[in-house]
Design a binder for this molecule. Structure first.
Ligand SMILES: [Zn+2]
Length: 120
């Protein structure tokens, strides 16, 4: 059974396990998938940096407490955090060294971790 090129859909001649009709198509295909990965990582990093900037600004301006609704209005995206620190008493979401700590229903305290530890 003839297979089709993953890049251009042309029928591939020769070995049945080949995935591409040519080196050109193989290179094009991997460049595109690499491009998509880079694009996804850039978008994620952009959101993380934006989240950090929002928290940093609020902290700098002396805002210690905020609701999630107010954060969302500012463009904060809670799904994008660099780490979560939790124990039975506390729940903290960080974007790099800045974060929010859940105090009670929809009331967060803006925090800064000056002693971040990295395992490597
Ligand atoms: Zn092809």
């Amino acid at each position: 059974m003839a297979s089709q090129c993953k890049e251009c859909n042309e029928t591939i001649k020769g070995r049945s396990d080949k995935q591409f009709c040519s080196d050109y198509c193989r290179v094009n295909y991997y460049n595109k998938s690499c491009h998509d990965e880079l694009k996804m990582m850039r978008q994620t990093n952009k959101i993380l940096r934006s989240n950090r900037r929002i928290l940093k600004r609020l902290k700098k301006d002396g805002n210690d407490f905020i609701s999630m609704e107010a954060l969302i209005v500012l463009g904060f995206q809670i799904n994008f955090v660099t780490y979560i620190d939790s124990d039975p008493e506390t729940l903290r979401f960080y974007c790099y060294e800045y974060g929010i700590e859940l105090l009670e229903a929809d009331q967060y305290m803006i925090i800064k971790n000056n002693t971040m530890e990295f395992s490597r």
